[in-house]
Every structure is written in structure tokens, then in C-alpha cells.
Design a protein. Structure first.
Length: 306
């Protein structure tokens, strides 16, 4: 069909309808709130600071479980299917549970390489990056230590990455996100000053932890890691390893225990050598006093420096 077959009025009408259609597509995309799915609660905690109530933010992993081994549920697939943006920790922390869920969700908007997929580990310099894959030895950190977010100084870096991606995904909300992001960074930096001052109390002390989960925090605040209860990341301790730990324990001020590993080895060492066990949250919601991204670090810093 050629244009000359239309009258001028018909052409104007068609043109108007096309414009109206484009307008409706543009406005109905976000007529519903954008859905942002995050793997962990702490990522949702940062994201909500930037979106406010303008988005539906859903975290998949329950905070009381081992973040490496989350049990996949069918409800997670439905959440991923509806997502406009998926934000992950990365560095293979989710490798054991997320890839199969993404495949099953079959949502082209959130696959790797699209703007709907954000891997936070790309914005952080990781520690303990192995020179050769040591997975055969049971190491669950083949791309380096993925627990970078437990150093509170990492949070503003991650917040910036999230803020910038949100602006790309929902450019209509640029002003709102910018305002909320600025407020969040100011408030968080003020808390950082307080936490840094509190943590000077424990500078130079030695600690044992169950898993290499608090390393970024320990390095930040000059706490020496004397050993881990796990002989290798992801491998439970045998008595031979615990006996070896006992040789170095005389310098240790506290044992850091996460909420999801067995407490028995920490309690045994604690009783035998009179060293306190400090249970720390590893995510927002892991302990009752870690309700959001601020109180997560209030709880960690408060418990270590009590
Ligand atoms: Zn780990």
C-alpha cells in the first residue's frame, strides 16, 4: 500500500495514532512498579535506599542460611520471571544455586550481558584470587573471596554501581534516584566515621573465624586472622585441623562465628582457652539486630568492640 492512496486527513490520523501508540507503550512499561530481584538481602537493603517506594525490591536468599548453598525454590523462578533487573553479589557466591533458576525463569531481560543483569563483584578488587583453580581441594572461592560487602567501606562503591544501573533501567526516575542516592551516601559516610572510630579499639588484635567470610572486614580494621575453623573454604573441620589451630590460639582475642555453621568447634576452643565467641550477622536479617544496611554494620561493629 502506498501513501498516495491515503488522503491528507487519513495520513494525519495514522500519524497521530502511531504517536499515541508509542506514547502508551512508553508509559505502560512502568505503569507497574519496576521489579528488582536481588540474590541477597544486603543488596536489596542498598537498592531500597535508592528506589524508595518506587520499585518492588525482592531478595531471594533467606538471611539465616549459608549464602553459598541456598536451596532453590519454585517461587524464586516466578520472581525472576517478572524481574526487570537482577542484581547479584557475583564472584561465584551464587554459583551453586542461581544459574539453574535463571535458566528456568527464561526471562531474556535479566540474562548475563544484558543491562538487566548487574554483577556487583565487577566493581570490587577481590582478595585471595587463586593463581590456579583449587576447587579440587574443596575451595568454594575460585574467583577470589566473594564476601567483600562485609567491609562497610565497600557499600558506597556497590551503591554507586546500583544507582547508575537503576538510572539506565528506569531513566524516568533519574531525579528521584539521584536525590535518594545522595542522601544515602551522606548518611552512610557519617556512620562509617563512627564505625571506623569504634573499630580502632580492636586494631592489632588476632581472631579466628569459621569460614573466610569476614576477611575484608578484618583487613580494613587491622585485625590479624590467626586461622579458620574450616581447613579449606567449604570443608568442615576434622579434629587434626582443630588440634593445629590450638597451637596458634594463644594470641587470639576472639572467635568470630557466623549464624549458619555449627558452633561446636568454636565453643570447644572457647571453653578450653577462655576466648569469647562472637556471633556476627553475615547479611541483613541474619540476626534480629541487623534489620537494614545500617544496623547490619552497627551489629557487626558493636559485637566486635563490646
Ligand atoms: Zn565463602
Amino acid at each position: 500500500m502506498k501513501y498516495k492512496n491515503f488522503s491528507k486527513i487519513q495520513l494525519i490520523l495514522i500519524h497521530t495514532l502511531v504517536l499515541l501508540h508509542l506514547f502508551l507503550i512508553n508509559t505502560t512499561v512502568w505503569a507497574k512498579k519496576p521489579v528488582i530481584v536481588t540474590t541477597y538481602q544486603y543488596i536489596a537493603g542498598i537498592t531500597e535506599q535508592i528506589t524508595g517506594n518506587s520499585a518492588t525490591v525482592i531478595a531471594l536468599a533467606p538471611p539465616q542460611f549459608d549464602p553459598h548453598y541456598i536451596v532453590p525454590k519454585p517461587s524464586y523462578i516466578a520472581k525472576l520471571r517478572n524481574a526487570n533487573l537482577l542484581i547479584i553479589n557475583g564472584a561465584q557466591l551464587e554459583i551453586g544455586w542461581l544459574p539453574q533458576l535463571i535458566r528456568q525463569a527464561n526471562n531474556p531481560a535479566i540474562i548475563t550481558g544484558t543491562k538487566g543483569f548487574l554483577d556487583l563483584s565487577n566493581f570490587v578488587k577481590k582478595i585471595d584470587v587463586p593463581t590456579a583453580l583449587s576447587r579440587a581441594m574443596g575451595d568454594v572461592h575460585p574467583e577470589g573471596n566473594p564476601h567483600f560487602y562485609l567491609d562497610p567501606h565497600t557499600i558506597p562503591v556497590l551503591a554507586k554501581a546500583i544507582y547508575e544501573r537503576l538510572c539506565t533501567i528506569v531513566p524516568e526516575n533519574y531525579n528521584l534516584y539521584s536525590k535518594n542516592y545522595t542522601t544515602f551516601i551522606e548518611k552512610f559516610n557519617a556512620r562509617l566515621t563512627v564505625w571506623d572510630a569504634q573499630m580502632t579499639k580492636v586494631k592489632g588484635k588476632s581472631a579466628i573465624e569459621y569460614h573466610k567470610i569476614y576477611d575484608y572486614l578484618l583487613i580494613r580494621y587491622g585485625i590479624h586472622l590467626a586461622g579458620t575453623i574450616e581447613p579449606v573454604s567449604g570443608i568442615p573441620p576434622a579434629s587434626k585441623h582443630i588440634a593445629k589451630l590450638e597451637n596458634t590460639i594463644y594470641t587470639v582475642s576472639f572467635i568470630l562465628q557466623d549464624v549458619y555453621h555449627p558452633y561446636d568447634a568454636a565453643q570447644y576452643l572457647s571453653q578450653k582457652f577462655s576466648i569469647p565467641v562472637i556471633v556476627l550477622p553475615h547479611d541483613v536479617g541474619a540476626t534480629s539486630d541487623a534489620n537494614d544496611i545500617f544496623s547490619l554494620f552497627d551489629a557487626i561493629v558493636g559485637r566486635i568492640t563490646q
